[in-house]
Design a protein around this ligand. Structure first.
Ligand SMILES: Cc1cc2nc3c(=O)[nH]c(=O)nc-3n(C[C@H](O)[C@H](O)[C@H](O)COP(=O)(O)OP(=O)(O)OC[C@H]3O[C@@H](n4cnc5c(N)ncnc54)[C@H](O)[C@@H]3O)c2cc1C
Length: 404
């Protein structure tokens, strides 16, 4: 078993680390200052546009997409350590490199299931970082972790579909650059096969009947750089029939295909967030003194730092194994591991961030350190892309099946 990264990965890692030091970390304060002066805090700031141009010029662009005709052509195993690095500054680096959710998942859907026309109209500008997009599945009125509950209607009417429903926590939608929604809704609500009732359809933001109603907060944060999370109402929004993604009834299968890579990307970035927390813990522990000795010399602090290191090493191995399995046996073959990392990583990283907050005292919950916002972001990943319990239930079922 070889635990080293290959030459291409090492070369990209070195370039990405240099890009983070030279451009991304220094831009964090600039982004906050520029955002405060904007008419809408969810807009893309000038400094993010500068980062995008720089990253693209350096070839650090679309690293997530395995098809080299469209993206960097990396395997999951090659991309994993790169996503981890971008996770150290999760509000800027993924955007800078055009590797930010939910656009990545949406680009994968268009790449895999889109028609030539859909690719030209939406995939190309997304790959160029000219527009942003959102994925609209969750609804406030039903338990959306069970996708069969979705109530939004997508009704055929002549050469069009009419979309009616209410969604929330639609990431990215508060950014005016978010030009299109991939909406999940029912085309055949009474169909006998519950998994064939849903379809996915492209709804441009400027379609009459589309209303981005309000911003949803995350523990009080606006998640501004990320484009926020919106409640969006579709009131008889009429789009051409050609906007359907894939076939009628194929929505459920597309949603499953979309979430596999998305989940591992989140986990990779979470590990980067944990690494940043460890760095901050070490700096803080060495630079502050309490009761006559540096915080680093207090036994419990050492235990926190050591435990965090052990946890991160365990998580990284499991995430890399999952990436390798996805490359070698496919997403379906890696199902158990994908669920395992989605259960284990956010939970453990929330714990590490919580200790880092504790070590920073009041500073930990303040706006002067990234920890509070990182904690909130990590905590939401115990819900987004499927709550822990849903993955646990499914994983347990597969384990039990071996003995049934
Ligand atoms: C920051 C953020 C960003 C998001 N971005 C998007 C987005 O871009 N697009 C989108 O469509 N959605 C998005 N979501 C929504 C997210 O995917 C849903 O919140 C998630 O799928 C859960 O659905 P729900 O909120 O309806 O919870 P529910 O389905 O009501 O579930 C509530 C709780 O019930 C429990 N539960 C559910 N099922 C089981 C079970 N089988 N066994 C045991 N317990 C169970 C779990 O604890 C679960 O957390 C986002 C959410 C957040 C917080």
């Amino acid at each position: 078993m070889d635990f080293g990264f290959d030459a291409r990965t090492e070369e990209l890692r070195a370039r990405l680390l240099a890009f983070m030091d030279a451009h991304v970390y220094p831009a964090e304060a600039t982004d906050a200052a520029q955002r405060a002066a904007l008419d809408s805090p969810w807009r893309t700031t000038a400094v993010i546009e500068e980062l995008k141009a720089e990253a693209r010029g350096q070839g650090l662009w679309n690293l997530f997409l395995p098809d080299s005709a469209y993206g960097a052509g990396l395997t999951n195993l090659q991309y994993a350590p790169l996503a981890e690095i971008t996770g150290r500054s999760p509000h800027l680096a993924p955007l800078a490199t055009n590797c930010a959710a939910p656009d990545t998942g949406n680009m994968e859907v268009l790449h895999q299931f889109g028609t030539e026309e859909q690719k030209k109209r939406w995939l190309e500008p997304l790959l160029a970082g000219e527009i942003r997009s959102a994925f609209a599945m969750t609804e406030p009125d039903v338990a959306s972790s069970d996708a069969t509950n979705i109530e939004t209607r997508v009704e055929r009417d002549g050469d069009a579909y009419v979309v009616t429903g209410r969604k929330w926590y639609i990431s990215g939608a508060m950014n005016p650059d978010c030009a299109v929604f991939i909406v999940m809704g029912k085309t055949d609500p009474d169909g006998p096969d519950i998994r064939r009732q849903q379809s996915m359809i492209l709804v441009p933001r400027d379609t009459p009947g589309v209303e981005v109603r309000r911003a949803m907060s995350v523990y009080g944060f606006g998640d501004h750089a990320h484009g926020g999370h919106a409640e969006v109402v579709f009131d008889r929004a009429r789009v051409p029939a050609g906007n359907l993604v894939g076939e009628e009834g194929g929505g459920f299968a597309i949603a499953q295909a979309r979430l596999g890579p998305g989940r591992i990307h989140h986990c990779m970035r979470l590990i980067g967030m944990a690494e940043r927390a460890i760095d901050l813990m070490c700096e803080r522990a060495l630079s502050r003194t309490a009761f006559g000795k540096p915080l680093a010399a207090q036994g419990v602090v050492g235990e926190w730092i050591a435990d965090a290191r052990v946890t991160v090493e365990q998580l990284r191995l499991l995430v890399l194994k999952t990436a390798w399995l996805m490359d070698t046996v496919g997403n379906r073959g890696a199902h158990t591991e994908i669920q395992a990392i989605k259960i284990a990583t956010p939970r453990a990283v929330v714990e590490i961030l919580d200790r880092a907050v504790q070590l920073h005292g009041a500073g930990g919950v303040s706006q002067d350190y990234p920890l509070a916002e990182l904690w909130a972001a990590a905590r939401t990943l115990r819900l987004a892309d499927g709550p822990d319990e849903v993955h646990q239930r499914s994983l347990a079922r597969r384990e039990l099946k071996r003995f049934a």
